[in-house]
Design a protein around this ligand. Sequence first.
Ligand SMILES: Nc1ncnc2c1ncn2[C@@H]1O[C@H](COP(=O)(O)OP(=O)(O)OP(=O)(O)O)[C@@H](O)[C@H]1O
Ligand SMILES: [Mg+2]
Length: 506
Amino acid sequence: MSRKILLIEDNPDHAELTKKILISSNDGYQVDYVDDAREGLNRIFQQDYDLVLSDYRMPSLSALDILGELKKRGKNLPLIIITSSGNEKVAVEAMKRGAYDYVVKDFSYEDTLSMVIRKAIERYNEITVRRKAEQELQESERKIRSILNAIPHGVLGLEEHHIIFANNAVENVFGWRPEELIGKSPRILYRNSEEYENIGKRFYSMLEKQQNYSEEFICRRKDNKEIICMISASRMDEGLDNKRIVAMYEDITERKRAEKQLEEAYRKLKDAQEQLIQSSKMAAMGQLAAGISHELNQPLTGIKGFIQAILMDIDKNTPIYEDLEKINRQAERMDKIIKNIRLYAQKARFKLEPININQPIEDSFMLLEQQLRLHNIKVEKHLAQDLPKIKGDANQLQQVFLNLITNARDAIDEMGRESGGIISVTTELDKNRYVVNVIFSDTGCGIKEEDLGNIFNPFYTSKSPGGGIGLGLSICYRIIQDHKATINVESAIGKGTTFFLKFPAI
Ligand SMILES: Nc1ncnc2c1ncn2[C@@H]1O[C@H](COP(=O)(O)OP(=O)(O)OP(=O)(O)O)[C@@H](O)[C@H]1O
Ligand SMILES: [Mg+2]
């Protein structure tokens, strides 16, 4: 490929000599020659040259002026100065101002010219290649930077636990401007040193084994606000020797909050569904119970009537008299069960009025006093005298306490102790003063842990056939609910059971 050289030389003889040398050098030069420096400068900007060869001193402009103009206009072109012997000083000055090289017009001119030009072109080529590579590198860096800045999450480049790069979005996530973070430790993005060190260790050890690792973690913003971030990190290089990683921080605080709300709503929905199922089960059971008790009531009344008629008619000493009495007792028991089922099935109508909770408690114990004495059961009452009233139906509450007392009686009997047992009842004003507590304990057999969840279910009973139908506590539960009160139970096998009732005070 031929090289195009512009020769600027005001001395025609010198120009002729130079041209001759260049053409005969066999380096394939094509030489344009101008004898005026100003004209030469114009040519440089009009045509594409590979090199300019300029005499140092010329009438219109000096070579230094040409150099200055090239620099000013950003033209990058190798320029070689031709200077007369003894003038090397100016040549050196020209080199300082950007000339590539110089040749001295002396006896060695012919030998050195070609060599100097060759060297200059080589150097120029090298520089051009290097410059292009640098430009390409800059361009690709710019592209990478704009890609990283387009990511809506904070991206940090980390080396040896220092931030070496931060994209624009770090400011949205952390409130720090990217330039504020460069050179700092990422520690400032965490709540404390211990947490920072722990997460750092975890990330580095995971990245030894795999290319990427992600984890949710609580970070801290510049304004000290805590945020939940999904941190995803990758190694920048093959190994982790120089510990360069790139980490992305996505603020997921809002998403987490929404997830939690959704979970909470879902849990509430499930609770509501369960309650609905439970209450529809209860309602269905109630209807069924009402139907059955109604159907059984009439034939039973018939049976009872006939037995009583026969009992009146026959002699007490007749052998079957005793059997008939047994049948009569069983019929009475059936009657009682049917009445109980009806009670359960009917939605009790009751009147809430201000009452003292001690009153239905006293009444219930009075009704069963004799019975409890027969069973060798001692009653301990600790009833507070200055209690606020509650809104209640005394008859319904009496039902509750009768149920609780009979259950306690049965549990004490179950222990089969000679010494019987104790039923104790305490009433008091709760610490928060808006609640009246009733604490009802016995020293009976207790309830197994796995059965505690069942005792308020209708028809759950542990008693032998004929002993109970399992409606007592479920009726209690409903009455308690209708009073906007609560009932809870604690029990220990072989030690006893305690029911805790809480009524809103008025
Ligand atoms: N104080 C208590 N001590 C031990 N177990 C109890 C006590 N109270 C209730 N239970 C257990 O809970 C079950 C259910 O009680 P619930 O009063 O509902 O029915 P029941 O007493 O078996 O029959 P019903 O009351 O209908 O005659 C009992 O069978 C018993 O296993
Ligand atoms: Mg009972």
